[in-house]
Write a protein that binds this ligand. Structure first.
Ligand SMILES: [Zn+2]
Length: 266
């Protein structure tokens, strides 16, 4: 794990917190599976309402999340993620979507941005790469979901571009965190999928498959949009290698829940 991240423990639950955000007062965290009130096959701290879990248990997990990280759960916002590169500017009118109104009307959306204080942007993942952003000058936060499809579509870079367009962010000021997700150690794909990435990110394996480094692809995408490499923090935590601590789609298959990445202006 990267030393710029710390583990926050609350009872049996634990989160990775990016210290560069926290030092500037920004509420943030990447949840782990441990603890939580979901039971059965997806036991733990599950945030997916659509994975066969009991809704009351999921709601209680959200309440615990908000209490643990220090935000108002009524102001949490989730999208219906679909591996797109669509990004939404979130306002007060969106608060509670995807949580209290379990069907979020923010559909086909994989990135959220806001400059409103206290609105918690929440992105789901279970191996996919969660990205969090903060511009301390313009006071804007963002979160995006970059599975391999979203990574190919450069959703990270597009999030930065929208922060620039809508809020006047200078990418040189933006701090970014790349959260727990599938690492190059474990992201094995066939030639067709590997061919979607520059070959410098791919390593061929004796079994004819390829391993792709999604963390580096995302980092370089952000650098190409103007972020300073020193301002991009990679957690270095692979959800497959640590599938005891995280929900992993590849390991647990259809029995997996969802963890979340959260960011909010204080
Ligand atoms: Zn791994």
């Amino acid at each position: 794990m990267n030393s710029e991240f710390k583990v926050l423990e609350k009872d049996e639950r634990s989160y990775l917190v990016a210290e560069p955000f926290e030092k500037l007062g920004v509420i943030n965290g990447f949840s782990r599976r441990l603890g939580g009130v979901s039971s059965g096959k997806i036991s733990g701290l599950n945030f997916g309402f659509r994975v066969g879990d009991d809704s009351d248990a999921v709601l209680e997990n959200y309440r615990l999340l908000a209490e643990d990280l220090g935000f108002d759960i009524r102001r949490g916002v989730c999208a219906r993620q679909m591996h797109t590169d669509n990004i939404r500017i979130v306002t007060e009118n969106d608060c509670g979507k995807g949580i209290f109104q379990q069907e979020s009307d923010i559909r086909d959306t994989d990135g959220l941005i806001t400059n409103q204080r206290g609105i918690a942007l929440i992105i789901f993942s279970a191996d996919c790469v969660p990205l969090l952003f903060y511009d301390p000058i313009k006071q804007v936060v963002a979160a995006s979901h970059a599975g391999w499809r979203g990574t190919v579509k450069q959703i990270g870079g597009k999030t930065v571009r929208l922060m620039k367009e809508k809020f006047g962010s200078d990418p040189k000021d933006i701090i970014a965190a790349i959260g727990p997700s599938i690492g190059k150690c474990c992201f094995e794909v066939d030639r067709d999928t590997a061919s979607l990435f520059d070959e410098k990110y791919c390593v061929s394996k004796p079994n004819g498959k390829f391993h792709v480094d999604l963390w580096s692809v995302n980092r370089d995408n952000l650098v190409s949009e103007g972020l300073e490499p020193i301002n991009i923090y990679i957690s270095d935590e692979c959800t497959i290698c640590n599938s005891d601590k995280y929900y992993s789609y590849r390991v647990h298959k259809e029995k997996t829940g969802r963890q979340v990445a959260v960011i909010a202006l204080p």
